[in-house]
Design a protein around this ligand. Structure first.
Ligand code: 4NP
Length: 164
């Protein structure tokens, strides 16, 4: 996670493996935050509900789509843990499975808000999942990027207008 500021708003992006979708969402969000000069107000991290890829770098296909947009991704992959619901203000699931798994991991101390990222996608049209691109081709990663970029842009707009 970025250097800690006590009063910064912390966002955690979560998918299944933490190698495809959530590192891309984290990278896009960080990039937008940097573009807006808001690094002292927001922090971002990502995690996976599963442990299979813990310690790995982001998938090269996610790295490649990020490179096309001048964004660098951060690893290594880690698994989400109950304490994340206290450390972060907002936990964003990439799909409904992630949301269900995250909901069952929360305990009584959980203070974070739990939502799906595409609730912030102005073009979601009722489909709130960022589809898992792992077993598909490169076009799937481009689609994920487009959804994530629209959602993160709207999310940051909403967070900055809420905070004033
Ligand atoms: P992610 O993609 O959840 O977006 O990181 C996946 C990565 C790995 C697997 C599935 C999805 N897997 O089955 O290993």
């Amino acid at each position: 996670m970025a250097s800690s500021q006590n009063d910064s708003f912390r966002v955690l992006f979560v998918c299944l493996g933490n190698i495809c979708r959530s590192p891309l969402a984290e990278g896009v969000f960080r990039h937008l935050v940097r573009d807006e000069g808001l690094e002292d107000r927001f922090e971002a991290d990502s995690a996976g509900t599963g442990a299979w890829h813990v310690g790995e770098d982001p998938d090269p296909r996610s790295q490649s789509v990020a490179d096309k947009h001048g964004i660098s991704l951060q690893g290594p992959a880690r698994q989400v843990e109950p304490a994340d619901f206290v450390r972060f203000d907002l936990v964003l699931a990439m799909d409904e499975d992630n949301l269900r798994n995250l909901d069952s991991l929360r305990d009584g101390n959980a203070s974070a808000d739990l939502r799906r990222l595409r609730e912030f996608d102005p073009e979601a049209e009722g489909d709130l999942d960022v589809p898992d691109p792992y077993y598909g081709g490169p076009r799937g990663f481009d689609r994920v990027y487009e959804m994530v970029e629209r959602s993160c842009r709207t999310l940051l707009d909403e967070l900055t207008s809420e905070a004033g």
